[in-house]
Design a protein around this ligand. Structure first.
Ligand code: CP
Length: 315
């Protein structure tokens, strides 16, 4: 069993219930991972994913090895048949097989380069590990998705929702750097698995991959989208059509207390890290309606559920 995308979840409702059970007794399965090793390979920085996944593995009694690949590993080649007379020192074929000798599960973080859409959509790094590793692979955020984050988001919403069918708004917000679409993509995929009144709001031209948003409501008027919302989930992403570019940086899209006042006393969510007073005002982020810290806390239980399922599957 791998955990690469939301497609690996057979029933989101069931998984959320199981994660909430783990949250109540996180050390219940402390023996399950005894003498098993999780290898965590980072091609990009992280705070939450690194520490929460490590904590999850420790809760299961696993050993953990972490490698910051870009600063500590050999530069990898991913192309079959490449003549390796340039910068890359090691082919993914050997690297993935070798890592599999030391680890029982390998987790990989490899963001989108945001230059070549086709290359990013092919998920070169994750696909390379999937093809050549001989152990299960976990996606700790690839080019196009962040399924551990989306699972944590689903757990958090289940804890805080008061309506059977809440209104949930995914709102684009400005950011000075070009960011990937991965978090937004997985959030959309997760929401489309739920019974909710789900609305995506972003400036015109900032459409996400239409294959992912198929069936979702898109509203270009942010104020209208916020009306009566129960959850506001904010995230920046760079342009998917004019790939990887920032074509809008309008601070009128920043989530402010005035905008939150349009909602049904909505909870504010963001995956973090977040740029204060660019994505969201201090007032909103520091308000009692902000649930970003609990959202980050739930990353542990999302990761623990995934690791537990992989370990049980291997028994
Ligand atoms: N939300 C998230 O993935 O945080 P990090 O990038 O810090 O891991």
């Amino acid at each position: 069993m791998n955990y690469i995308s939301l497609e690996n979840i057979d029933s989101l409702e069931k998984w959320v219930k199981q994660a909430l059970k783990i949250k109540k007794k996180p050390l219940k399965n402390k023996k399950l991972g005894k003498n098993k090793t999780l290898g965590m390979l980072f091609f990009n920085p992280s705070l939450r994913t690194r520490l929460s996944t490590q904590k999850a593995a420790l809760n299961l009694g696993m050993n953990v090895m972490v490698m910051n690949f870009t600063s500590e590993g050999w530069t990898l080649e991913f192309e079959d048949g490449a003549v390796m007379n340039q910068g890359a020192s090691e082919h993914i074929k050997e690297a993935a097989e070798v890592v599999s000798q030391y680890c029982d599960i390998v987790a990989v973080r490899a963001f989108a380069g945001l230059v070549d859409k086709e290359k990013d959509n092919a998920e070169t790094v994750l696909a390379g590990f999937l093809k050549h590793a001989t152990v299960p692979i976990v996606n700790m955020e690839g080019c196009t998705g962040h399924p551990l984050q989306a699972l944590a988001d689903a757990i958090t919403m289940a804890e805080y929702k008061t309506e059977h069918k809440p209104k949930v708004v995914l709102s684009w917000a400005p950011h000075p750097k070009a960011l990937p679409q991965a978090v937004a993509n997985s959030f959309v995929e997760m929401m489309l698995l739920q019974d909710a009144d789900f609305v995506i709001t972003h400036p015109e031209g900032y459409e996400l991959n239409p294959e992912i948003t198929k069936g979702a409501t898109i509203e270009h008027d942010q104020n209208k989208a916020f009306e009566n919302a129960d959850f506001i989930y904010t995230k920046n992403w760079s342009n998917y059509i004019d790939y990887g570019k920032i074509t809008n940086n309008d601070l009128n899209w920043t989530v402010t207390a005035e905008k939150m006042a349009l909602t049904n006393n909505a909870k504010f969510m963001h995956c973090l890290p977040v740029r204060r007073n660019v994505i969201v005002s201090d007032e909103v982020l520091d308000s009692e309606n902000s649930i970003v810290i609990e959202q980050a806390n739930n990353r542990t239980y999302a990761a623990q559920l995934v690791l537990q399922k992989i370990l049980e599957n291997a028994e």
